[in-house]
Structure formats: C-alpha cells, structure tokens
Design a binder for this molecule. Structure first.
Ligand SMILES: CC(C)(COP(=O)(O)OP(=O)(O)OC[C@H]1O[C@@H](n2cnc3c(N)ncnc32)[C@H](O)[C@@H]1OP(=O)(O)O)[C@@H](O)C(=O)NCCC(=O)NCCS
Length: 204
C-alpha cells in the first residue's frame, strides 16, 4: 500500500501557507494510490489553476480573484499528485505534478472563511474534497479558529452534500448572492462548522 503523503516542503511562502497539516490518511482507497503533497499556490500556478477552475464551474473565478487572494496573503493551497501512467496530456499539470484540487480561505479573528474549494473534474468522487476539507479543519484549528464558514450555491447539490456530510450546518441564506447568467441571480446557502465540536477524520 502506498500511503506516501508527504509533508509540505518548507518554503519561502507566507506564514499562512507554511504549516499545512496533512490529514493522517486519505479518506478513500483510491486516494492511496499516488504520492500527494500540499504546496502553496503561487502566481506561477495560476494558468493550471484557471484551467481547472473553468472546467469545474459555470461561473469560475477569474485570474484576478486568485491573484487578489494571493496578494492579500490568504491561505491558498494546491493538492498535487504524482502523475500516473497515461495522465500527462489528459490531466491538468503544474510542473511535473497533476493538479488534483485546491482551496482558498480567508482567516478572520476566530474564524476561517472557505472561499474556494475545487477538485479537477477528472479526479472527482475519489475523496479529494474530503481530504482538502480535513486539512482545512486541521489548519484552522492550528490558527485557533472556532468556526469555519462558507457559502454555496443553492443548486450545488454535490457541494452541499459534501459539506453536510462533513458536519457543516446551514445557518442562513443570502438572497441573490451569485450571478446565474442572463441577468439572473442565485441564492447562497451559508453554512458553518463549529471547530471546537467537530473532530477531524483520523486513520482507524
Ligand atoms: C464539490 C466537489 C469539490 C467535490 O469534490 P470530490 O473530490 O468529488 O468530493 P469527494 O470525492 O471528496 O466526495 C465527498 C462527498 O461529497 C459528496 N459528493 C461529491 N460529489 C457528489 C456528487 N456529484 N453528487 C452527490 N454528492 C457528491 C458526497 O457526499 C461525497 O461522499 P461519498 O462519495 O461518500 O458519497 C467537486 O465536485 C467540485 O470541485 N465541484 C466543482 C466546484 C465546486 O462546486 N466547489 C464547491 C463550491 S462551494
């Protein structure tokens, strides 16, 4: 069994990125099949990030959204995997690694707001989003945050399912929060996770 999850490499990245904890083990068997690692997102990764972003969303973040988040020093991490045979040319790569997914968050006083979590479409349903959320929970606890917050489109059932099954509760609705095309808007469901109460998923 290959569970070679590597520690993030020390780097010159801002402190917000410096200590991304790696959950004890990937949550699903498929996720044990490759070496993976977290790396801080940098400007040099944005072509790859945008390639995944536009393939994953009808209303993707622009390059400027990512750029502004990096400039603001928000924690933004990539989940990278070694390429499996046949993947280069099909998967989105950054350097020699496959870009499996990423997240961007915004720290507050005693809370962390998840701004973006995305798994590349060809790597979805393999447990990577759960893995990213586990890492975010661990990182947020390390920052002594009490709460994780997020907004999700009302129509985004996969994401709402993910968050509910990860312990998030719906706490409100923001009317017309998202653009929905043709001058229409879509409501956002606001969800939170009490970090003091939640426990990160651990290896058995
Ligand atoms: C939502 C998203 C991040 C899930 O990523 P993922 O790696 O496929 O999710 P996982 O494999 O970790 O699945 C975890 C859980 O999420 C839920 N889930 C994920 N995809 C789902 C789908 N298509 N339908 C229903 N539930 C789904 C399930 O509860 C799943 O658990 P299960 O496999 O035990 O049933 C991914 O679909 C994605 O990137 N979508 C586009 C971007 C997006 O919508 N991001 C969220 C913005 S708020």
């Amino acid at each position: 069994m290959n569970t070679a999850v590597q520690k993030p490499t020390p780097s010159s990245a801002p402190a917000a990125h410096a200590a991304w904890p790696v959950p004890q083990r990937p949550p699903a068997p498929a996720t044990r099949e490759r070496h993976i690692r977290f790396e801080p997102m940098t400007e040099a990764d944005l072509d790859a990030v945008r390639a995944v972003e536009v393939s994953a969303y009808a209303h993707p973040w622009s390059r400027k959204h990512f750029h502004d988040s990096l400039q603001a020093g928000y924690p933004a991490v990539l989940l990278l995997g070694e390429a499996l045979p046949g993947e280069p040319g099909k998967a989105v790569m950054t350097g020699e690694r496959v870009l499996l997914g990423y997240l961007v968050a915004m720290p507050g006083v005693d809370e962390v707001h998840l701004l973006n979590i995305t798994v590349a479409p060809m790597h979805q349903r393999q447990g990577w989003a759960r893995f990213l959320l586990d890492a975010l929970v661990l990182w947020s606890r390390g920052q002594r945050a009490q709460w994780l917050w997020l907004e999700v489109r009302e129509s985004n059932e996969p994401a709402r399912h993910l968050y509910r099954s990860h312990g998030f509760s719906q706490v409100g609705v923001r009317k017309g929060y998202y653009p929905a095309g043709h001058l229409r808007r879509e409501d956002a469901v606001v969800m939170s996770l009490n970090l003091a109460a939640a426990t990160a998923r651990e290896a058995p």
